[in-house]
Ligand binder design. Structure first.
Ligand code: ADP
Ligand code: UDP
Length: 233
């Protein structure tokens, strides 16, 4: 297959069908705009399985998305989209960059979920932008942005429940959207690389923060998430 793009966490290939791509999940782990790097055996397989299970669940919840099928051990067939270059972050609990920026301790619960937009541009360190930037700079129309916001909050409601059922608290996550045949749909991935998950009983971190913060036990945490959602023995 012809390689279309190689990113930090995935390789995207073309297929015979111009509307279909194949995404291969890599073992590499990066943080801080790719300046911190490592590779962990099995990470790609675990994230491919976790993200596939989550997108299947979101399809059942009526969220339009790019996922077609999981192709073991570490690839997915997806609908090709025109990516909207905006990272959409939803937060339920203060953590990470927002805690630092606003000086509010990690773990502080928000009274309602919060949505943020970041420009998808590593060279500029993904700067935070607001809704007017998204529409005014032409990244999305007002109508498309309304769809994105509606879908992002629906994903939050669905995923909070999904994870709570297996003893995990969904702290925050990042989504990407794209257009396919004129429709805005959810794309990219949902995995411990792109969200924060804390054990409901112990508050133990079960996501990429273990890598970002040199806490150790990175793969053990990803494996435990995969086990809890029943995609791994
Ligand atoms: P990054 O580009 O941030 O390093 P990845 O390594 O995850 O990220 O690369 C995957 C790339 O594929 C991302 O740029 C993402 O926006 C893009 N992408 C995800 N899903 C689709 C899709 N369905 N169609 C086209 N591009 C996609
Ligand atoms: N996130 C992501 N990719 C990015 C930036 C953030 O997947 O390029 C996710 C991150 O894993 C977390 C949420 O978005 O679940 C919010 O991240 P934050 O703004 O706190 O940034 P951080 O400093 O942790 O990258």
């Amino acid at each position: 297959m012809e390689k279309l793009y190689e990113g930090k966490a995935k390789i995207v290939y073309k297929t015979d069908d111009p509307d279909v791509l194949v995404c291969e999940y890599k073992d590499s782990l990066t943080a801080f705009d790719g300046t911190k790097k490592d590779s962990m055996e099995e990470k790609g397989e675990l994230n491919a399985k976790i993200s596939s299970a989550i997108f299947s669940y979101l399809t059942k919840q009526g969220i339009p998305n790019h996922f077609i099928e999981f192709v073991p051990p570490r690839t997915q067939k997806v609908k090709k989209v025109e990516i909207i270059p905006v990272e959409v972050v939803i937060r339920n609990v203060m953590a990470g960059s927002i805690s630092k920026r606003l000086g509010i301790p990690e773990g502080t619960a928000l009274s309602e979920p919060l949505i943020e937009f970041y420009l998808k541009n590593d060279d500029l360190h993904d700067p935070i932008i607001c809704e007017n930037h998204v529409t005014g700079l032409g990244f999305a129309t007002r109508q498309q942005l309304d769809v994105i916001k509606d879908l992002a909050f629906k994903v939050n409601d669905a995923m909070k429940k999904f994870f709570l059922d297996v003893g995990l608290r969904l702290i925050d996550f990042k989504l990407e959207f794209g257009t396919h045949k004129g429709q805005v749909i959810l794309a990219d991935e949902f995995s411990p690389d792109t969200c924060r998950l804390w054990d409901v009983n112990t508050n133990e971190k079960m996501d990429k923060d273990r890598f970002r913060r040199d806490m150790g036990g990175v793969m053990e945490a990803y494996l435990e998430v995969a086990r809890r959602i029943h995609v791994q023995d």
